[in-house]
Design a protein. Sequence first.
Length: 180
Amino acid sequence: MPEPKITRDQLRRLQTLWSQYVRHEMSNVSRADRLVWASEQCKRTILSFNDLTLREASDLINILQGAMGIAETSPAVRPRRYRSRIKDRDQAHAAGTEGRRDGDNTLTPATAEDLAMIDAQLGEMGWDRARLDKFLQSPSSPLGKTRRSNPQLRTVKDVNRVLWALRGIAGKKTKAEVQA
């Protein structure tokens, strides 16, 4: 029985890691160079990343993550924050754009799933709830001046603003670690 092929999520992750690796190493490599690298790692000829098996793709992802100092995580442990939690396209769009300055002023109450995304981001950053509360009470709070004294995440707008701010902080922290 043939081994299972690479999944769409693995392919996306592998291509993203490869482009990050190339930028990290400040080199200019072609698609052919990428395939030669993959062939050397897998010890067989690879004509496309789509030719990889599930295990080979996992190994290549782990190699790239190791080269860039990213901790290996199994798919079961990896957060599923990039998959939409809302099945309806219009609802998903509204949830993702609520809270933007150019959007409408619709207010949707935050659900437990919305708050779980904040908790997942806090876990990735190594923050606890006390640190989040201090951040929300600080002058740089994404909730604004009027909400600093009583920072509560009541709406999807509030959750989105805090989530975007936390992801921005995490991104800056990662860049600083890479440059150091």
